[in-house]
Design a protein around this ligand. Structure first.
Ligand code: BG6
Length: 515
């Protein structure tokens, strides 16, 4: 059944900016290609730049062309978007900008003869959010709970206090049901599939608990450095930029209780329960459970790359972390004393995001010792990106007259199974805002609960400047201390292995046993 979308006007604040160009433009084009734009649809771009609808059109088209995985924009198809665009140049603190916006919205409503959804997308730096929200409020563009929605990008505050203040400010103008806080990880197919894996199969849920699971690892490793975002990143760092949002959201999906229905609030309630159950870290414990790092020079794919401190807009003695690893516990019946290890970093060896669930060993090893030299516990790996799939490793008898057990993999690959590329996260999220589905967006209480967990670490790190930065070379797996964090518990990080190397790994394993 195709969902018939209501008439919608997408209003983009910051329409000539980077986010619109890189993410929104290709998402819009893909939605057009997959027939997911409403019949009655328009985009109003707003920006400071003294530009015209034509410049806006060119900018969007360029973004779609560069970043859409569709192999380039087709002239005829783009024409369908071009006819829907208008542009308003204006200062976001000037009431006349909102008056002009109001006029333009009315033009469409008159043309379409009825009410339309107004989606206000703030593709702007965070420091202008309050001005825009208040501008919309004063112009009376926000009050209609049924038709007005606002999309806010991260960062949602800089710490708990500023997140509470931001949420309070937003809710003086918009109702919580109108607010869509984007965490683009939630738009990734592989992240959404965590719920399907856990709750659409009878197989996993009975063993998804402390009786069978030894620990969980969540890794989001990037090869890129800070790129052109030094000015923002200097005040963020890996804990705020990645762990507070993306990794914590993944953790909630792994740890939450089964939902009763697919209602947005039901799912978000279950997720927030997890965040509230995370054991509080005292300031004395921070040293034990959290590690920070900053990349130095090194080589990425045979190319020398600069240290973080030599990147543009970065202080020469910067104390900002580009790597963070933490250990958390979820204090409830399901997860008591099962560690969750989270790590993320820039300029790491491989680009890979994955969740590894390591199961406990068998209660009694009945095979002869000689047969179990390469024995490994069962591991379920949820590959989020760039590999998209799920691997389950288990033991098998190696063919031959001598009894040898070897770890082998069962692998599900999205591409092989579904023969199509997953939609981009922004495509899914934009479609959801248009249909009014808030499931994949963060509620105020989730954001605040996540900050609460991390505040002790942020406070301690703020007060004690790191010694020895940079402490890991670009192209490595991060600082030595991150290894120690997990090794002192008798465990190891499971390094993501690109699929083409999985076969090689198995062969070398078998060769080793046969030697
Ligand atoms: C963003 C962070 O939220 O996520 C960036 O601000 C990071 O620093 C990016 O590079 C990673 O997203 P993805 O989808 O490429 O894993």
């Amino acid at each position: 059944m195709t969902l018939v979308l209501e008439p919608t006007i997408l209003v983009i604040f910051g329409s000539m900016g980077d986010l619109t160009w890189r993410k929104l433009a290709p998402a819009l084009y893909n939605l057009l290609l997959s027939h997911q734009l409403p019949e009655r649809f328009a985009v109003i771009g707003l920006d400071l730049k003294d530009a015209s609808a034509d410049n806006f059109d060119l900018r969007l088209r360029d973004g779609a062309n560069n970043f859409c995985e569709c192999g380039g924009v087709d002239d005829k198809m783009w024409e369908k978007i071009s006819t829907k665009l208008s542009y308003i140049a204006g200062d976001f603190s000037d009431p006349t900008t909102y008056a002009a916006l109001n006029e333009q919205l009315k033009v469409y409503e008159k043309k379409w003869n009825g009410r339309t959804n107004h989606i206000f997308y703030l593709a702007t730096p965070p420091d202008i959010v309050e001005t825009i929200v208040k501008g919309l409020g004063t112009a009376d563009l926000a009050h209609d709970k049924r038709y007005a929605r606002i999309v806010v990008e991260k960062p949602f505050g800089h710490d708990l206090a500023s997140a509470i203040a931001l949420n309070a400010m937003l809710t003086t103008v918009f109702d919580e049901t109108q607010i869509y806080r984007i965490d683009h990880y939630l738009g990734k197919e592989t992240v959404q599939n965590i719920l399907a894996l856990r709750f659409a199969n009878a197989l996993f849920e009975p063993i998804w608990n402390r009786r069978y699971i030894d620990h969980v690892q969540i890794t989001v490793a990037e090869q890129v450095g800070v790129e052109h975002r030094g000015a923002y990143y200097e005040h963020a760092g890996a804990l705020r930029d990645m762990i507070q949002n993306h990794l914590m959201q993944i953790l909630t999906l792994i740890a939450m209780e089964p939902m009763v229905s697919f209602d947005a609030n039901e799912i978000r309630n279950k997720k927030v329960d997890v965040l509230r159950a995370i054991r509080l870290i005292s300031k004395e414990q921070v040293q034990e459970v959290a590690v920070r790092g900053q990349y130095g020079t090194g080589s990425m794919e045979n190319k020398k790359v600069p240290a973080y401190r030599s990147e543009p807009s970065v202080e020469k003695d910067s104390a900002t972390e580009t790597f963070a690893a933490i250990k958390l516990f979820v204090d409830n019946w399901r997860w008591q004393d099962v560690p969750f290890y989270l790590r993320t970093g820039k300029r790491l060896k491989t680009k890979a995001s994955e969740v590894a669930i390591q199961f406990r060993p068998v209660p009694h090893q009945s095979f002869p010792k000689s047969a179990t030299l390469t024995w490994q516990p069962n591991i379920l790996i949820i590959q989020i990106q760039p590999e998209e799939g799920i691997r389950l490793s288990f033991q098998a008898k190696q063919p031959g007259s001598t009894l040898h057990l070897s770890p082998v993999d069962m692998h599900f690959s999205y591409q092989e199974a579904f023969k199509s590329k997953s939609p981009e996260a922004y495509e899914t999220l934009l479609a959801d805002v248009m249909s009014g589905d808030a499931t994949l967006f963060m509620r105020a209480d989730q954001v605040e609960a996540s900050w609460s967990v991390l505040m002790p670490i942020l406070n301690v790190w703020e007060k004690s400047k790191p010694a020895g930065f940079p402490n890991y070379g670009s192209g490595t797996w991060g600082p030595k201390a991150a290894e120690a964090l997990i090794e002192k518990d008798g465990r190891n990080w499971l390094q993501p292995i690109p699929s083409e190397d999985q076969g090689k790994k198995l062969i070398s394993e078998l060769n080793r046993i046969n030697e």
